[in-house]
Structures are given as C-alpha cells and as structure tokens.
Design a protein around this ligand. Structure first.
Ligand code: 6PG
Length: 232
C-alpha cells in the first residue's frame, strides 16, 4: 500500500485495540516511536475521539535533548497529537533528559516505569502497544547495530549510542514483554535492512530490529516502497 493507506490501516489497528482492551482493563499503555514516519499517524490520532483519561503515553526511545529541542521525540508527538487534544498531563510519561548524565536519567525512568506498573526489580511490565520504527541500518528504538545497549538484559531502560551521541531507550527484555509490538516502516531506503531481518541468516547484532520477538503479537506494517523486495 502507499503511505497514506499504511497510516490509515495503522490508525484503525491502534484505535480498535484501545477500545477492545479498555473493555477488559482500566488503563491502556502505549509507547510511541520517534523518527519521521509516525508523524502523520499522530496527526490522525489527534482527530479521533478517544478515552484519553484512560490512555497512558510513553516513548520507546528519546534523543538526549531538552523537550523543546527540534530533535525531541516527545516534542514531535506533542505537536502532532498530545497538545492538540485534551490529554491529561499526568497521563504523559516522557523520558527525562535533564540531569546531564544519561545513565542517571535512564535509571530515573526505569524507576518511574516500575512505580507506574507496580513491578519489582527483576520483573518486566507489559505494554499494551509499543509502536516502533526501523532505521535503514536496522536499528529500532535506540538499539543501534553492534552497541552495548543490545546486551542489556537486567533493566527496563538503558543508554543507546548513535554515532557517539547518547539516547535513552527501552531494552530488549522490556520490548519483548509487550502485549503487542507494531513496527511502522515506510520508504525504499528500508528495503535492504528488511531483507536481512526477514531472512533466516540475518544477524541480530547487525540488524537489531530482528531481535524484537515479543511474547505477545508482533505486527510489521510496511508501505509498498519498503516491502517491495519481500514479495515472492
Ligand atoms: C528515533 C526512533 C528510531 C526511528 C527510526 C526510523 O528516535 O529516531 O524512535 O528508532 O523509529 O530511526 O526513523 P524514520 O521513521 O525517521 O525513518
């Protein structure tokens, strides 16, 4: 499908899951992706009528910049969606980036998540949906090829590394405890990495998105340009 069709499909999937899940439970937890691809999705979510007081928003990764910085994933989602609607501010749970030490902020957010979900050390919470993107190098969240962050298994949040710049990121075990992971991937530049990820010989340390294998549902949503080489 083309990109607008992909976005419309993703929107329907998320909105359906929110409504269905909230028939069984009080809160819906949604982790957002950064990057450019999901922006029209967030704009479309802003047009929906949703039970915002029951929806809690998190981010799967964050660049180590202030919330006002143009590169901030939080800023993008606020501008496209959260600030456009009457979202209760206490339901928005951004990654902190203000301590001058990314590992301190990672630890702070780890504890915030444990407190919110009520999980002990050594346990991992289950997000209802984690939305992820994939870079053309096969990274997802801020889990970059051949970086230390790929090996972290004892906590929820760690410090990722993009060409020497720190970022905060969900760890693999946190991602893999999700009830549902949705990868939203568009564009021709994503084809080579997708080919590796869907090949049995693809290497997970070179293509980190490949190691995202949640206990729940795993859904890859691709536009025509990204998915072309996977057919046949
Ligand atoms: C980020 C991300 C990252 C992103 C991919 C794809 O903060 O950059 O969350 O993992 O999803 O880099 O980005 P694009 O959608 O811009 O291609």
């Amino acid at each position: 499908s083309d990109k607008p069709t992909l976005i419309a499909h993703t929107l329907n999937l998320i909105v359906d899951k929110i409504h269905t899940t909230l028939q069984q439970q009080e809160k819906f937890t949604l982790a957002l992706a950064g990057g450019g691809t999901p922006k029209p999705l967030y704009e479309a979510l802003a047009q929906q009528s949703l039970p915002l007081e029951k929806i809690h928003i998190f981010w799967g990764d964050e660049r180590y910049v202030s919330a006002a910085h143009p590169d901030s994933n939080q800023r993008m989602a606020r501008e496209a969606w959260l600030d456009q609607v009457d979202f209760p501010s206490s339901n928005i749970h951004p990654m902190p980036t203000g301590s001058n030490d990314p590992s301190v902020d990672a630890q702070t957010h780890d504890q915030e998540l444990r407190d919110f979900f009520g999980v002990e050390a050594g346990e991992f919470p289950t997000f209802d949906i984690i939305l992820l993107g994939m870079g053309d190098d096969g990274h997802t969240a801020s889990l970059f090829p051949k970086t230390e962050a790929l090996t972290v298994s004892d906590r929820l949040i760690t410090v990722g590394n993009k060409d020497g710049q720190p970022r905060l990121t969900f760890t693999y075990p946190l991602l893999n405890h999700a009830r549902c992971i949705i990868f939203l991937v568009a564009g021709e530049n994503k084809r080579p990495a997708l080919a590796q990820i869907f090949s049995p010989d693809g290497d997970e340390t070179l293509y980190p998105a490949k190691a995202v294998q949640p206990q729940g549902e795993l859904i890859w949503l691709l536009d025509e340009a990204a998915g072309a080489e996977l057919n046949g």
